[in-house]
Design a protein around this ligand. Structure first.
Ligand code: BMX
Ligand code: ZN
Length: 291
């Protein structure tokens, strides 16, 4: 089976081909240009799909809350304006004639990690990705827990600072406004006046000014995870997003959680997602292969 898979994030649309053995090839990416709106994003996906021949299925992992039965965006924050209500599956199927499956990006990542990565064989875990926003997924008894509005696990928007910074969801004080990788980038700019990306920030790890921002940002990650640990009492939390390649982050998060959590919750370990960006694509391929 030949599956074309997409991962639509706030910053980039990644895509690749996936075969029946879940091997990804021809990985590419284009900017999301989120400001152009949801309709344009789906048009771009269709344009890309039309450049491939012999595709059996299309699998799409996307930011936003997804009704995967209907393949539509139930709600998206302003990180992708005008995306709410976009009927991705029906548009893609009508335009390409290829069966299509759609799932939230972090739900896809959790499936990718559960079947191929850090959570292989685990029946219960939670997964978070730290990127433009913070996405989340709840994997219970070997299945994704979706909630009544197909939206469970939007951990980026649970409030860690009452009355705090504004968020793209329209609320304020949300976890992702403090602990996403974009929040780290913003905090470094506020402190130093310099505009550095995640990789550049960690390249200056020994600069005390930068280091204090990183350490404060890790405290923000821990605050949110503590809340989730007290709700789920999980043994495993999978943490994804490119920034998690910095081992210092997961080491510190584990260390701080072990000292701050009540004893009965310390069985938790936080592990870096093993499949990296591939997890979303593989999860999308997995659901597409099961249509
Ligand atoms: C936001 C929200 C989530 C998404 C998460 C991570 C939208 C458009 N996005 O909280 O659905 O899972 O960001 O997405 O509503 P990313 O943009 O960081 O990849
Ligand atoms: Zn929010």
């Amino acid at each position: 089976m030949k599956i074309l898979v997409f991962d639509i994030g706030g910053t980039e649309i990644k895509y690749a081909l996936c075969d029946g053995n879940f091997t990804l090839t021809e990985k590419k990416s284009v900017p999301t240009n989120a400001h152009e709106g949801g309709k344009r994003i789906v048009e771009r996906v269709v344009e890309i799909a039309k450049t491939f021949d012999g595709i059996d299925r299309i699998g799409i992992s996307t930011a936003g809350q997804v009704d995967s039965e209907k393949g539509m965006i139930v709600y998206a924050t302003d990180s992708i304006p005008g995306y709410t209500g976009t009927q991705i599956k029906s548009i893609v199927e009508a335009e390409t004639g290829i069966p299509c499956a759609v799932e939230n990006d972090v739900n896809s990542a959790a499936l990718g990690e559960a079947y191929f990565g850090a959570a292989k064989g685990e029946k219960n875990f939670i997964c978070l990705t730290y990127g433009t926003g913070i996405g989340g997924a709840i994997f219970l008894d070997g299945k994704l827990f979706k909630g009544c509005g197909c939206s469970a696990g939007e951990f980026g928007h649970f409030v860690t600072h009452a009355g705090g910074k504004p968020c793209t969801c329209g609320g304020s004080g949300c976890y992702e406004a403090y602990a996403s990788s974009s929040a780290l980038v913003r905090a470094v700019t506020e402190k130093t006046g310099r505009s550095l990306n995640g990789r550049e920030i960690f390249a200056e790890f020994d600069n005390p000014e930068i280091r204090s921002v990183i350490d404060g940002w890790i405290d923000e990650i821990v605050v949110g995870l503590k809340g989730l640990v007290y709700i789920f009492n999980p043994s495993l939390i999978v943490a994804g997003g490119g920034i998690m390649n910095e081992k210092y982050i997961t080491d510190e998060v584990n260390k701080r959680l072990q000292t701050q959590l009540m004893q009965s919750f310390r069985c938790v370990r936080v592990e870096k997602a093993l499949m990296g960006n591939d997890a979303n694509l593989l999860g999308a391929a997995y659901i597409a292969s099961n249509i």
